[in-house]
Design a binder for this molecule. Structure first.
Ligand SMILES: Nc1nc2c(ncn2[C@@H]2O[C@H](COP(=O)(O)OP(=O)(O)OP(=O)(O)O)[C@@H](O)[C@H]2O)c(=O)[nH]1
Ligand SMILES: [Mg+2]
Length: 351
C-alpha cells in the first residue's frame, strides 16, 4: 500500500490499521481510530489520508469532514497512478472515463452539508442547480468518452483482423506489477518502452515485431501490471485493453521469483486471467530476476527445480522458463519454448 502511495507521489508519514468485523457505513473505521487519526495530525501534520479499500461516497465525505483532510481511497489512488502513466490515446480515454464515473456519485454541492441540519434554506437554489449542471456536464463527458473509446476499439478490431489475415502470431506478456514485463519486452524486442521501479509504469499494451533466428516474425505485446485488489471499476475500464489478450496466441506470465509473495502474486494474476476467461490460453510461466539469487547463467541452467517458490516445480518443463530479464539470461531457451509451443519451425540456437 505505501508503495502504491509513493508511486502516486505521496510522502508517507504514518500508517494505521484496524481489524473490524465489518466496516462502519458512516466512517469506514471506528470512532476510536478516528480520534487516533485526529491526534496524529498534531505530530505528523498530514494533509491527506489514504484508505486501502474502496470507500462509499458517504464515508469519504464524512471522513473529510471529521478529519479536515483530503480523503482518498484505493480506487482513486490507482486511478491517479493510471492517469499519470497512460500513454496511448485509448489508455488516456479509459482512465478519464473511469475517473468521471468515479466522480459522478461523489459530487457534492457547496451547500449540501446543510441538508443534514434539516434546513430547506440553502439546500435548493443556486447550490443545487449548480450541482445539477455539473452532473449533466459530467454525464455528457462520459457519453463522449464512451463514444471515442468505441471508435478506437473499432479501429483496433480492424487492425486485429488484418493481423489475423496476415497470420502473424501474437505473444502477450502478463504479470503482477513490477515483475519485469517491460524489461523482458525490451530485452526481447530492444524497443524503448519505459522501465521504472514504480508500480504501473506501463498502462497500455505496446506491441513490437520480433524476428526470430529462423526468420519468422511474431508480435510481442507488453501489458499493464495486475495487482491485488484491483478495484472492479478499474478492471472494467481496462477491459478493452485487456481484451487484446484474448487475441494472443500465447501468454508469457512473468513472475518476480525473488518477491516474498511470489506465489500469491501468481494466484492474483491467475484470478484476473480467469475473470477475463483466459485461463485456458497457451501459457509459459517465466520466473524472472534470477540474477538476484544466482551468480551466472550456468547456475541457472543447472537448476532442477524452481528455486524459492513455495510450490515444488521440477525442471525442465516446457511451460516454465527461468530468466533474468536485465542480464538476458535464459533468453534463448525462452525463445525456443515460445517457438515450440506456437508450433513454428524450431530456431537454431547455440545453447
Ligand atoms: N535484478 C533484476 N531486476 C529486474 C529484472 N527484471 C526487471 N527488474 C527490475 O524490476 C523493476 C520493474 O521492472 P519493469 O520491467 O518495469 O516491471 P513491469 O512488470 O513492466 O512493471 P509494471 O509495468 O509497472 O507492471 C525495474 O526496476 C527493473 O529494473 C531482473 O531480471 N533482475
Ligand atoms: Mg511495465
Amino acid at each position: 500500500m505505501s508503495y502504491l502511495a509513493k508511486t502516486a507521489g505521496a510522502d508517507v508519514v504514518g500508517m494505521l490499521s484496524q481489524k473490524l468485523d465489518s466496516p462502519s457505513p458512516t466512517y469506514y473505521i471506528g470512532k476510536g481510530k478516528i480520534s487516533e487519526l485526529v491526534s496524529l495530525r498534531e505530530q505528523n501534520q498530514y494533509d491527506t489520508v489514504i484508505f486501502d479499500d474502496e470507500l462509499s461516497p458517504r464515508q469519504q465525505r464524512n471522513l473529510e469532514e471529521v478529519l479536515q483532510a483530503k480523503v482518498i481511497d484505493r480506487t482513486a489512488l490507482i486511478l491517479d497512478i493510471f492517469a499519470k502513466r497512460a500513454r496511448t490515446r485509448e489508455g488516456q480515454l479509459q482512465v478519464e472515463l473511469a475517473q468521471h464515473q468515479y466522480l459522478l456519485p461523489r459530487l457534492v454541492g457547496q451547500w449540501s452539508h446543510l441538508e443534514r441540519l434539516g434546513g430547506g434554506i440553502g439546500t435548493r437554489g443556486p447550490g443545487e442547480s449548480q450541482l445539477e449542471t455539473d452532473r449533466r456536464l459530467i454525464r455528457k463527458r462520459i457519453n463522449h468518452l464512451q463514444q471515442e473509446i468505441e471508435n478506437v476499439r473499432r479501429h483496433r478490431t480492424l487492425y486485429r483482423k488484418r493481423r489475423k489475415e496476415i497470420g502473424v502470431l501474437i505473444v502477450a506478456i502478463v504479470g503482477y506489477t513490477n515483475a519485469g514485463k517491460s524489461t523482458l519486452f525490451n530485452t526481447l524486442s530492444k524497443a524503448g518502452v519505459a522501465v521504472e521501479d514504480k508500480l504501473f509504469s506501463t498502462l497500455d499494451p505496446v506491441t513490437r515485431r520480433l524476428t526470430l533466428l529462423g526468420g519468422q516474425q511474431i508480435l510481442i505485446t507488453d501489458t499493464v501490471g495486475f495487482i491485488h485488489k484491483l478495484p472492479p471499476s478499474i478492471i472494467a475500464a481496462f477491459r478493452a485493453t485487456l481484451e487484446e489478450l484474448a487475441e494472443a496466441d500465447l501468454l508469457l506470465h512473468i513472475v518476480d521469483i525473488t518477491h516474498k509473495n511470489a506465489a500469491n502474486q501468481c494466484h492474483v494474476v491467475e484470478g484476473i486471467l480467469s475473470e477475463l476467461s483466459l485461463s485456458n490460453k497457451l501459457r509459459i510461466t517465466v520466473f524472472n530476476k534470477l540474477d538476484l539469487a544466482l551468480s551466472n547463467e550456468a547456475e541457472l541452467e543447472a537448476l532442477t527445480t524452481v528455486p524459492y517458490f513455495k510450490e515444488p516445480i521440477a525442471l525442465p518443463n516446457k511451460n516454465i522458463a527461468l530468466i533474468s530479464a536485465t542480464k538476458g539470461w535464459g533468453m534463448d531457451k525462452l525463445l525456443n519454448k515460445i517457438v515450440c509451443l506456437l508450433g513454428i519451425t524450431q530456431v537454431n540456437s547455440s545453447k
